[in-house]
Design a protein around this ligand. Structure first.
Ligand code: FES
Length: 104
């Protein structure tokens, strides 16, 4: 079972069991975890699910649309991702998701 730890900007955190097939964004919404707005519902066109992802192992690289959206973030970091674009797969290692101070 993959465990996702969501860490808010204020340092508070919650750990949840992930369901394979759901994205990091969908998992956050399912568990009422704040900090991800997801205005576009997962279409990679709003950027309001930006987060900083830490995982042991490799994640699929962001596609051009995700890269373009991340480019609009002034707080973009090397591990910035759109939570809607990372889908939990069976056997995936645990993931830490740090939420930004704000979504835009
Ligand atoms: S929910 Fe809109 S970009 Fe992720």
């Amino acid at each position: 079972m993959t465990v996702i730890t969501y860490i808010q900007h204020d340092g508070s955190e919650r750990m949840v069991d992930a369901d394979a097939g759901l994205s990091l964004m969908e998992t956050a919404l399912k568990h009422d975890i704040p900090g991800i707005d997801a205005d576009c519902g997962g279409g990679a066109i709003c950027g309001t699910c930006h987060c900083f992802v830490e995982v042991s192992g490799e994640l699929p690289a962001p596609d051009p649309q995700e890269t373009a959206m991340l480019g609009l973030r002034p707080d973009r970091a090397e591990n910035s991702r759109l939570a809607c674009q990372i889908v939990i797969s069976a056997g995936m290692s645990d993931v830490t998701v740090r939420l930004p101070e704000f979504q835009m």
